[in-house]
Design a protein around this ligand. Structure first.
Ligand code: IVH
Length: 694
């Protein structure tokens, strides 16, 4: 899914259209809004917003741009502020804005939220099937196979179609009421059109891998501890006392049960899932109605090998007897149903030896210990290193060099050491170095911090990391400026700060290792085109502590120019959303330092973008063109491609129709590509798209 950047609401042609439709025209041609008209208009806006939320968050097929969506939302918010009597709890504006609270109220579930027994291999799954067959005295039965989503279970109650209460699983009998937080989950409808007076859905709240990676990047930039996995991040989000924290974590909700009075409402699980989908919930599409255990096994094998292709984490497959009548006959044990089982994928953990511990120096000078491992294959990937985060973590693990450890790899996360399994015979204690391993400079550990830091601002390791960050894809995006090149540029003294990058000549690059004439020219050209990157990226590239991608975006959108940001005092900086005293202090401190001010001036002289246009782009190379993205592109994610297209004035939609101008297809493009070919719509590859953007 594209990242929604919804910090600043922008006026758009669409809201104007709605105004004209709904506003009654007075004799002088001006809109005169009678109370009934306003009410009808508000209702219509809500309907429209709900439809777009469903298209975007559930179907992943947006029809309008973020700016257009923002405009609708802004209009609704303004109308509700002007007419408080029209506010309703199911209005889309109620997703955010819940007040912080002091704790959570405990609530008893309508029926216990039990857990599932596990099957750890094919044999155990076949045993389960045999028990089911025996208990059902060999009458025919079917299974529904669903993905086992790795999040947290959440029960959500609706009354007269309106979301009323959300309760965490808790101990299964009693959970915590987290309604305000749940409201911020965009794929969870605040209101559904259904004749049922009251019902409950049970399902999984989860965070997708990309949102998780971004969150950890942000946290790292703010020197907060990383979350170990998306599940923990989602759990923290759901139980946050401030609903805006939940909102910022962008959770998803995928239901798997539909209940009335604590019991299954329909006759079969398969029908329930379909019904939930029709009601507008985000039901997982990867499900199968299976005639027997062989079908189930095939589904399990298929998803075990494909789990990395999913945008979210799964840890197995849940197998349920489809018929609710048969479920009732099979019944429950004290803690789990007899009619369902969780087939757990093998954990992606393996044992190996820690051969050494190396200390790396990051951009902010933080010293990070990294374990060098005897190579071990974990779920098809050879792992040779695992992060140990910091000194305290090594102490917590009781880890020595030479120990045998359990290493875990989960999805996109860097492998990590889970625990020591056996102390090595010749184990050696590890000590953090008392000097920087790269420049030999002093290291300090400030009170309250977990990291030791090299305090030499000219430390080559810090400089290399700063240049790497500056050139990286999400920042100035200088293709070809990878680790090997950056090392050489810094080691040879060609780059002493990031502004030097813009003074490099083709000749400087040509002489370097692995750099022919052609590649030198290419990198040089890429450096030149990076001068056009928008202000948020430049700001992120400066490496101001606590100013990562998101904060940079907010700052640029709030202040409109780098000079405004550099000139603002602490109070003014904190007017920006999510900027608190710590971030404001860091920005002030950065611009206070003479060498940073000089750096900024050199970047200005290099022609980098220092202003940020807050108005939506109307012109642009791709204005008026509609694109559909499909498959895996070689160098960028679909989100990045969408960002580029939109920045150039183009539009990205989710489905191919006659209105589509181009389909951009990567590896394993499926039905969208086929449809484009059928309709004769031109198909581009990534290079073709980049050509159009040039
Ligand atoms: S059905 C009686 N279906 O796995 C409980 N659970 O160990 C039946 N989960 O607590 C739960 N995906 O949090 C079910 N498609 C799915 C699921 C699923 C994930 C979680 C859920 C539950 C745990 C069971």
């Amino acid at each position: 899914m594209r990242t929604a950047r919804r910090y600043v609401a922008i006026g758009s042609a669409l809201s104007v259209t709605l105004n004209i439709i709904d506003g009654a025209s007075g004799p002088d041609g001006r809109n005169v809004k009678t109370p009934d008209r306003v009410k009808a208009h508000v209702e219509r806006l809500r309907e429209e917003i709900r439809r777009h939320e469903h298209l975007y968050y559930v179907l992943d097929q947006p029809e309008i741009t973020d700016a257009e969506f923002d405009a609708l939302m802004k209009e609704l918010k303004e109308l509700e502020a002007e007419h408080p009597e029209l506010a309703t709890p199911d209005s889309p504006t109620r997703r955010v804005g819940g007040k912080p609270r002091e704790g959570f109220v405990k609530v008893k579930h309508s029926s216990p939220m039990l857990s599932l027994d596990n099957a750890l291999n094919e044999g155990e799954l076949r045993d389960f099937d045999r028990r089911v067959a025996d208990l059902l005295a060999n009458e025919p039965y079917r299974y529904v196979a669903e993905l086992k989503l790795d999040g947290l279970s959440l029960a959500v109650h609706y009354r007269d179609g309106v979301l009323e209460q959300a309760i965490t699983r808790g101990d299964g009998e009693v959970g915590e009421e987290v309604t305000e937080n749940a409201r911020t989950i965009h794929s969870l409808p605040l209101r559904v059109e259904d004749r049922l007076p009251g019902f409950e859905v049970r399902g999984e709240a989860l965070m997708n891998k990309r949102a998780f990676a971004r969150l950890n990047e942000e946290r790292e930039a703010q020197e907060l501890s990383r979350f170990a996995n998306p599940r923990n991040a989602a759990a923290g989000a759901l139980r946050a006392l401030e609903p805006w924290v939940t909102a910022s974590r962008k959770l998803d909700y995928q239901p798997y049960f539909l209940l009335v009075d604590g019991r299954m409402h329909l006759d079969s699980q398969w029908e329930s899932l379909d019904a939930l989908q029709k009601m507008g919930f985000h039901v997982n599409r990867n499900r199968k109605l299976c005639g027997g255990i062989e079908d189930v096994l095939e589904f399990c094998q298929q998803w075990e090998s494909r789990r990395d292709t999913l945008a979210y984490e799964i840890d197995g497959v849940v197998v349920k007897v489809d018929s609710v009548a048969q479920q009732a006959r099979l019944g429950w044990t004290a803690k789990a149903p007899r009619w369902a089982i969780a087939f757990k994928f093998p954990a992606r953990q393996e044992e190996t030896d820690v051969e050494n511990i190396e200390v790396q120096v990051g951009r902010t000078g933080a010293l990070t210990p990294v374990a060098h491992l005897s190579p071990v294959s974990i779920g098809g990937v050879t792992v040779t290193r695992a992060t140990l985060h910091n000194e305290d973590e090594i102490k917590r693990l009781g880890l020595h060099i030479g120990d045998r450890v359990l290493v875990e790899r989960s999805g996109d996360v860097i492998p990590k050491v889970v625990r020591v399994v056996k102390e090595g015979q010749h184990r050696r204690e590890f000590h953090m170095p008392s000097r920087c391993p790269v420049c030999g400079g002093d290291v300090v550990r400030e009170p309250g911090e977990v990291a030791w830091r090299c305090i030499n601002t000219n430390c080559p390791a810090r400089l290399k990391e700063s240049v790497r960050h500056f050139a990286s894809r999400g920042v100035m995006d200088i293709d070809g400026m990878g680790d090997v090149l950056v090392d050489q540029l810094v080691d040879r003294g060609l780059v002493k700060n990031v502004a030097d990058v813009y003074e490099l000549r083709v000749e400087d690059l040509e002489g370097l290792e692995r750099m022919g004439e052609k590649s030198a020219k290419k990198v040089w050209t890429n450096i030149q085109s990076s001068r056009q990157r928008p202000l948020p990226r430049v700001l992120n590239g400066l490496g101001i502590p606590f100013v990562g991608e998101r904060t940079a975006q907010i700052l640029a959108e709030t202040f409109g120019s780098l000079d405004e940001i550099a000139g603002a005092d602490a109070e003014r900086l904190q007017e920006a959303e999510e900027v608190g005293p710590k971030v404001a202090d860091s920005i002030l401190h950065f611009f206070h330092e003479r060498h940073n001010r000089e750096l900024v001036e050199r970047l200005r002289a290099a022609g980098l973008v220092f202003r940020h246009d807050i108005k939506p782009k109307t012109g642009g190379k791709l204005a008026g063109l509609t694109f559909v993205l499909t498959g895996t592109l070689p160098a960028m994610t679909r989100e990045e491609a969408a960002e580029k297209i939109e920045a150039a004035g183009g539009k990205v939609t989710g489905s191919v129709s006659k209105k589509t101008n181009y389909v951009v297809a990567g590896a394993e493009a499926g039905s969208k590509l086929a449809k484009a070919e059928k309709l004769g719509i031109p198909v581009l590859d990534e290079a073709g798209l980049l050509d159009m953007l040039k």
